[in-house]
Design a protein around this ligand. Sequence first.
Ligand SMILES: Nc1ncnc2c1ncn2[C@@H]1O[C@H](COP(=O)(O)OP(=O)(O)OP(=O)(O)O)[C@@H](O)[C@H]1O
Ligand SMILES: [Mg+2]
Length: 308
Amino acid sequence: MQPIIEVQNLSKTYQSGFQALKNVDLSIRKGEIFALLGPNGAGKTTLISIICGIVNPSAGKVRADGYDIVKDYRRARQLIGLVPQELAVNIFETVWSTVTFSRGLFGKAPNRPYLEQLLKDLSLWDKKDSKIMALSGGMKRRVLIAKALAYEPKILFLDEPTAGVDVELRRDMWEMIRQLRDNGVTIILTTHYIEEAEDMADRVGVIQRGELILVEDKHDLMEKLGKKQLSLQLVEPIEQIPSALSAYSLSLSEDGMQLTYQYDHQSDQAAIARLLRSLSDEGLDYRDLHTSQSSLEDIFVSLVEEKV
Ligand SMILES: Nc1ncnc2c1ncn2[C@@H]1O[C@H](COP(=O)(O)OP(=O)(O)OP(=O)(O)O)[C@@H](O)[C@H]1O
Ligand SMILES: [Mg+2]
Protein backbone atom coordinates (compact mmCIF):
# COMPACT_ATOMS: atom_id res chain seq x y z
CA MET A 1 0.00 0.00 0.00
CA GLN A 2 1.23 3.47 -0.86
CA PRO A 3 2.26 5.39 2.27
CA ILE A 4 0.07 8.36 3.10
CA ILE A 5 3.11 10.50 3.88
CA GLU A 6 6.40 9.93 2.14
CA VAL A 7 9.46 11.86 3.24
CA GLN A 8 12.55 11.37 1.11
CA ASN A 9 16.05 12.50 1.90
CA LEU A 10 14.82 15.59 3.68
CA SER A 11 17.32 18.11 5.04
CA LYS A 12 16.91 21.50 6.58
CA THR A 13 19.51 24.15 7.26
CA TYR A 14 18.09 27.31 8.83
CA GLN A 15 19.33 30.72 7.72
CA SER A 16 21.49 30.86 10.82
CA GLY A 17 23.46 28.00 9.25
CA PHE A 18 22.15 25.48 11.78
CA GLN A 19 21.32 22.10 10.26
CA ALA A 20 18.15 20.92 11.96
CA LEU A 21 17.41 17.87 9.76
CA LYS A 22 19.81 15.48 8.06
CA ASN A 23 18.66 13.20 5.25
CA VAL A 24 15.44 12.06 6.84
CA ASP A 25 13.53 9.24 5.15
CA LEU A 26 10.17 8.29 6.60
CA SER A 27 6.98 6.62 5.41
CA ILE A 28 3.78 6.99 7.36
CA ARG A 29 1.16 4.31 6.80
CA LYS A 30 -2.46 5.16 6.27
CA GLY A 31 -4.48 4.85 9.45
CA GLU A 32 -1.64 4.44 11.92
CA ILE A 33 -0.73 6.40 15.03
CA PHE A 34 2.92 7.32 14.70
CA ALA A 35 4.80 8.82 17.64
CA LEU A 36 7.85 10.92 16.91
CA LEU A 37 10.08 11.07 19.98
CA GLY A 38 13.23 13.00 20.64
CA PRO A 39 14.86 15.37 23.11
CA ASN A 40 14.38 19.16 23.00
CA GLY A 41 15.85 20.62 19.85
CA ALA A 42 16.05 17.26 18.03
CA GLY A 43 14.12 18.52 14.99
CA LYS A 44 10.60 17.22 15.56
CA THR A 45 8.82 20.53 15.05
CA THR A 46 11.03 21.31 12.07
CA LEU A 47 10.08 18.00 10.42
CA ILE A 48 6.38 18.51 11.08
CA SER A 49 6.51 22.14 9.93
CA ILE A 50 8.08 21.12 6.62
CA ILE A 51 5.50 18.39 5.99
CA CYS A 52 2.75 20.90 6.75
CA GLY A 53 4.25 23.47 4.39
CA ILE A 54 5.11 26.09 7.03
CA VAL A 55 8.89 25.75 6.73
CA ASN A 56 10.70 25.25 3.42
CA PRO A 57 12.94 22.22 3.08
CA SER A 58 16.56 22.78 2.02
CA ALA A 59 16.67 19.46 0.18
CA GLY A 60 14.47 16.43 -0.30
CA LYS A 61 10.86 15.68 -1.09
CA VAL A 62 7.62 15.20 0.79
CA ARG A 63 4.40 13.76 -0.60
CA ALA A 64 1.06 13.64 1.18
CA ASP A 65 -1.32 11.10 -0.34
CA GLY A 66 0.70 11.38 -3.53
CA TYR A 67 0.68 15.19 -3.69
CA ASP A 68 4.00 16.99 -3.56
CA ILE A 69 3.84 19.44 -0.66
CA VAL A 70 5.66 22.13 -2.63
CA LYS A 71 4.25 21.73 -6.15
CA ASP A 72 0.75 20.68 -5.09
CA TYR A 73 0.68 22.72 -1.92
CA ARG A 74 -3.06 23.45 -1.73
CA ARG A 75 -4.14 19.89 -2.40
CA ALA A 76 -1.63 18.46 0.07
CA ARG A 77 -2.47 21.03 2.73
CA GLN A 78 -6.22 20.32 2.58
CA LEU A 79 -5.55 16.77 3.69
CA ILE A 80 -3.50 17.78 6.68
CA GLY A 81 -4.56 19.14 10.04
CA LEU A 82 -1.86 20.60 12.25
CA VAL A 83 -2.02 21.17 15.96
CA PRO A 84 1.11 23.26 16.41
CA GLN A 85 3.32 23.36 19.47
CA GLU A 86 3.02 27.14 19.76
CA LEU A 87 -0.18 29.13 19.88
CA ALA A 88 -1.11 30.10 16.33
CA VAL A 89 -4.52 31.78 16.49
CA ASN A 90 -5.86 35.29 16.61
CA ILE A 91 -6.44 35.84 20.32
CA PHE A 92 -9.04 38.56 19.67
CA GLU A 93 -11.31 36.11 17.85
CA THR A 94 -13.88 33.94 19.57
CA VAL A 95 -13.61 30.18 19.68
CA TRP A 96 -16.60 29.78 17.38
CA SER A 97 -15.35 32.14 14.68
CA THR A 98 -11.91 30.51 14.82
CA VAL A 99 -13.30 27.08 14.00
CA THR A 100 -15.82 28.26 11.38
CA PHE A 101 -13.13 30.33 9.66
CA SER A 102 -10.71 27.40 9.67
CA ARG A 103 -13.33 25.15 8.05
CA GLY A 104 -14.03 27.71 5.33
CA LEU A 105 -10.38 28.34 4.68
CA PHE A 106 -9.89 24.76 3.55
CA GLY A 107 -12.91 24.85 1.27
CA LYS A 108 -15.33 22.78 3.33
CA ALA A 109 -19.04 23.57 3.30
CA PRO A 110 -20.39 24.91 6.61
CA ASN A 111 -21.51 22.20 9.03
CA ARG A 112 -22.73 23.57 12.30
CA PRO A 113 -23.65 20.23 13.91
CA TYR A 114 -20.17 18.88 13.19
CA LEU A 115 -18.44 21.90 14.73
CA GLU A 116 -20.80 21.90 17.68
CA GLN A 117 -20.02 18.25 18.40
CA LEU A 118 -16.31 18.92 17.98
CA LEU A 119 -16.35 21.70 20.59
CA LYS A 120 -18.42 19.54 22.92
CA ASP A 121 -15.95 16.67 22.56
CA LEU A 122 -13.16 19.05 23.50
CA SER A 123 -15.09 20.50 26.46
CA LEU A 124 -15.08 23.91 24.79
CA TRP A 125 -18.75 24.34 23.98
CA ASP A 126 -19.49 26.63 26.92
CA LYS A 127 -16.57 28.80 25.80
CA LYS A 128 -17.64 29.09 22.18
CA ASP A 129 -18.35 32.83 22.43
CA SER A 130 -15.28 33.65 24.51
CA LYS A 131 -12.32 35.42 22.99
CA ILE A 132 -9.30 33.17 22.90
CA MET A 133 -7.31 35.61 25.01
CA ALA A 134 -9.78 34.93 27.83
CA LEU A 135 -9.09 31.19 27.91
CA SER A 136 -6.71 29.23 30.10
CA GLY A 137 -3.55 27.68 28.65
CA GLY A 138 -5.07 24.20 28.48
CA MET A 139 -8.20 25.56 26.79
CA LYS A 140 -6.09 27.37 24.20
CA ARG A 141 -4.39 24.09 23.34
CA ARG A 142 -7.79 22.50 22.85
CA VAL A 143 -8.81 25.36 20.55
CA LEU A 144 -5.78 24.51 18.41
CA ILE A 145 -7.08 20.95 18.15
CA ALA A 146 -10.57 22.16 17.26
CA LYS A 147 -9.13 24.46 14.63
CA ALA A 148 -7.19 21.60 13.03
CA LEU A 149 -10.15 19.22 13.07
CA ALA A 150 -12.65 21.84 11.86
CA TYR A 151 -12.08 20.86 8.22
CA GLU A 152 -12.00 17.09 8.78
CA PRO A 153 -8.43 16.38 7.64
CA LYS A 154 -7.36 12.84 6.70
CA ILE A 155 -3.97 13.29 8.31
CA LEU A 156 -3.51 14.92 11.68
CA PHE A 157 -0.24 16.20 13.12
CA LEU A 158 -0.18 16.87 16.84
CA ASP A 159 2.95 18.61 18.10
CA GLU A 160 2.92 18.17 21.89
CA PRO A 161 -0.85 18.22 22.10
CA THR A 162 -1.06 17.43 25.78
CA ALA A 163 1.60 19.79 27.15
CA GLY A 164 -0.11 21.79 29.87
CA VAL A 165 -3.37 19.84 29.69
CA ASP A 166 -4.64 18.35 32.95
CA VAL A 167 -4.71 14.60 33.50
CA GLU A 168 -8.42 14.05 33.03
CA LEU A 169 -8.71 16.10 29.86
CA ARG A 170 -5.58 14.47 28.55
CA ARG A 171 -7.30 11.13 28.87
CA ASP A 172 -10.35 12.46 27.02
CA MET A 173 -8.10 13.84 24.36
CA TRP A 174 -6.45 10.49 23.77
CA GLU A 175 -9.84 8.84 23.60
CA MET A 176 -10.80 11.33 20.92
CA ILE A 177 -7.59 10.69 19.01
CA ARG A 178 -8.22 6.95 19.10
CA GLN A 179 -11.68 7.53 17.72
CA LEU A 180 -10.27 9.62 14.90
CA ARG A 181 -7.89 6.79 14.10
CA ASP A 182 -10.79 4.33 14.13
CA ASN A 183 -12.50 6.61 11.61
CA GLY A 184 -9.52 6.30 9.29
CA VAL A 185 -7.53 9.42 10.18
CA THR A 186 -3.76 8.98 10.21
CA ILE A 187 -2.15 10.50 13.30
CA ILE A 188 1.42 11.69 13.77
CA LEU A 189 2.26 13.08 17.17
CA THR A 190 5.15 14.21 19.29
CA THR A 191 5.16 14.00 23.04
CA HIS A 192 7.58 14.23 25.92
CA TYR A 193 5.26 12.00 27.97
CA ILE A 194 6.68 8.77 26.65
CA GLU A 195 4.10 6.66 28.46
CA GLU A 196 1.53 8.30 26.17
CA ALA A 197 3.39 7.00 23.16
CA GLU A 198 3.66 3.59 24.79
CA ASP A 199 -0.07 3.62 25.29
CA MET A 200 -1.15 5.02 21.96
CA ALA A 201 1.32 4.52 19.16
CA ASP A 202 1.41 1.76 16.58
CA ARG A 203 4.91 2.78 15.51
CA VAL A 204 7.60 4.92 17.04
CA GLY A 205 10.31 7.04 15.47
CA VAL A 206 13.21 8.49 17.44
CA ILE A 207 14.91 11.61 16.18
CA GLN A 208 18.09 13.01 17.59
CA ARG A 209 20.13 15.98 16.42
CA GLY A 210 18.27 16.05 13.16
CA GLU A 211 18.71 12.37 12.38
CA LEU A 212 15.99 9.78 12.45
CA ILE A 213 17.86 7.11 14.37
CA LEU A 214 15.11 4.52 14.57
CA VAL A 215 11.66 3.69 13.21
CA GLU A 216 10.03 0.59 14.58
CA ASP A 217 6.76 -1.07 15.37
CA LYS A 218 6.18 -0.31 19.05
CA HIS A 219 5.67 -3.92 20.10
CA ASP A 220 8.74 -5.08 18.15
CA LEU A 221 10.79 -2.32 19.73
CA MET A 222 9.78 -3.26 23.23
CA GLU A 223 10.34 -6.91 22.44
CA LYS A 224 13.79 -6.25 20.96
CA LEU A 225 15.18 -3.64 23.30
CA GLY A 226 13.08 -4.16 26.37
CA LYS A 227 14.74 -5.92 29.26
CA LYS A 228 13.11 -7.99 31.91
CA GLN A 229 14.37 -8.07 35.43
CA LEU A 230 13.88 -10.41 38.31
CA SER A 231 14.68 -8.97 41.74
CA LEU A 232 15.23 -11.13 44.78
CA GLN A 233 15.17 -9.69 48.27
CA LEU A 234 17.50 -11.82 50.40
CA VAL A 235 16.86 -12.76 54.01
CA GLU A 236 20.55 -12.35 54.96
CA PRO A 237 23.01 -10.02 53.23
CA ILE A 238 25.84 -11.59 51.23
CA GLU A 239 29.22 -10.10 50.47
CA GLN A 240 29.55 -11.36 46.96
CA ILE A 241 27.74 -13.43 44.40
CA PRO A 242 28.67 -17.09 44.96
CA SER A 243 30.87 -18.44 42.17
CA ALA A 244 28.40 -21.27 41.57
CA LEU A 245 26.02 -18.58 40.26
CA SER A 246 28.50 -16.91 37.93
CA ALA A 247 26.79 -18.39 34.88
CA TYR A 248 23.82 -16.08 35.44
CA SER A 249 24.04 -12.38 34.76
CA LEU A 250 23.38 -11.33 38.30
CA SER A 251 24.13 -8.12 40.09
CA LEU A 252 24.23 -7.49 43.80
CA SER A 253 23.02 -4.34 45.49
CA GLU A 254 25.48 -2.38 47.64
CA ASP A 255 23.90 -3.47 50.90
CA GLY A 256 24.16 -7.10 49.78
CA MET A 257 20.41 -7.62 50.24
CA GLN A 258 19.16 -7.69 46.69
CA LEU A 259 20.07 -9.82 43.71
CA THR A 260 18.96 -8.71 40.27
CA TYR A 261 18.77 -11.02 37.29
CA GLN A 262 18.51 -9.51 33.80
CA TYR A 263 17.06 -11.58 31.01
CA ASP A 264 15.63 -10.89 27.62
CA HIS A 265 12.23 -11.79 26.30
CA GLN A 266 13.49 -14.83 24.49
CA SER A 267 14.80 -16.49 27.63
CA ASP A 268 12.38 -19.06 28.83
CA GLN A 269 10.95 -19.54 32.24
CA ALA A 270 13.19 -22.59 32.63
CA ALA A 271 16.23 -20.36 33.11
CA ILE A 272 14.53 -18.67 36.03
CA ALA A 273 13.55 -21.99 37.54
CA ARG A 274 17.19 -23.12 37.23
CA LEU A 275 18.39 -19.94 38.89
CA LEU A 276 16.00 -20.37 41.79
CA ARG A 277 17.14 -23.95 42.23
CA SER A 278 20.80 -22.89 42.20
CA LEU A 279 20.03 -20.28 44.84
CA SER A 280 18.55 -22.84 47.16
CA ASP A 281 21.51 -25.19 46.47
CA GLU A 282 23.74 -22.35 47.65
CA GLY A 283 21.62 -21.94 50.77
CA LEU A 284 20.47 -18.45 49.83
CA ASP A 285 17.00 -17.68 51.13
CA TYR A 286 14.92 -14.85 49.78
CA ARG A 287 11.84 -13.31 51.25
CA ASP A 288 10.50 -11.59 48.20
CA LEU A 289 10.82 -11.73 44.46
CA HIS A 290 9.35 -9.64 41.72
CA THR A 291 9.75 -9.09 38.01
CA SER A 292 9.68 -5.87 36.09
CA GLN A 293 9.91 -4.93 32.46
CA SER A 294 11.50 -1.86 30.96
CA SER A 295 9.11 0.74 29.66
CA LEU A 296 9.28 2.57 26.36
CA GLU A 297 10.69 5.43 28.40
CA ASP A 298 13.63 3.30 29.61
CA ILE A 299 14.28 2.24 26.03
CA PHE A 300 14.05 5.80 24.78
CA VAL A 301 16.44 7.12 27.41
CA SER A 302 18.99 4.39 26.69
CA LEU A 303 18.76 5.01 22.93
CA VAL A 304 19.24 8.73 23.27
CA GLU A 305 22.07 8.36 25.78
CA GLU A 306 23.92 5.88 23.62
CA LYS A 307 24.10 8.30 20.75
CA VAL A 308 25.45 11.27 22.69
N1 LIG B 1 13.74 29.45 12.76
C1 LIG B 1 14.84 28.87 13.19
N2 LIG B 1 16.06 29.42 12.95
C2 LIG B 1 17.19 28.80 13.37
N3 LIG B 1 17.22 27.64 14.08
C3 LIG B 1 16.05 27.07 14.36
C4 LIG B 1 14.80 27.65 13.95
N4 LIG B 1 13.80 26.85 14.37
C5 LIG B 1 14.41 25.84 15.02
N5 LIG B 1 15.74 25.97 15.02
C6 LIG B 1 16.73 25.04 15.61
O1 LIG B 1 16.56 23.77 15.06
C7 LIG B 1 16.71 22.75 16.05
C8 LIG B 1 15.47 21.87 16.06
O2 LIG B 1 14.38 22.62 16.56
P1 LIG B 1 12.92 21.99 16.66
O3 LIG B 1 12.00 23.06 17.09
O4 LIG B 1 12.62 21.29 15.39
O5 LIG B 1 13.15 20.92 17.82
P2 LIG B 1 12.09 19.98 18.57
O6 LIG B 1 12.57 18.58 18.39
O7 LIG B 1 10.73 20.29 18.13
O8 LIG B 1 12.31 20.39 20.09
P3 LIG B 1 11.25 20.53 21.31
O9 LIG B 1 11.11 19.16 21.90
O10 LIG B 1 11.94 21.47 22.24
O11 LIG B 1 9.97 21.08 20.77
C9 LIG B 1 16.98 23.49 17.37
O12 LIG B 1 18.36 23.48 17.60
C10 LIG B 1 16.49 24.88 17.11
O13 LIG B 1 17.23 25.82 17.84
MG1 LIG C 1 9.08 21.02 19.04
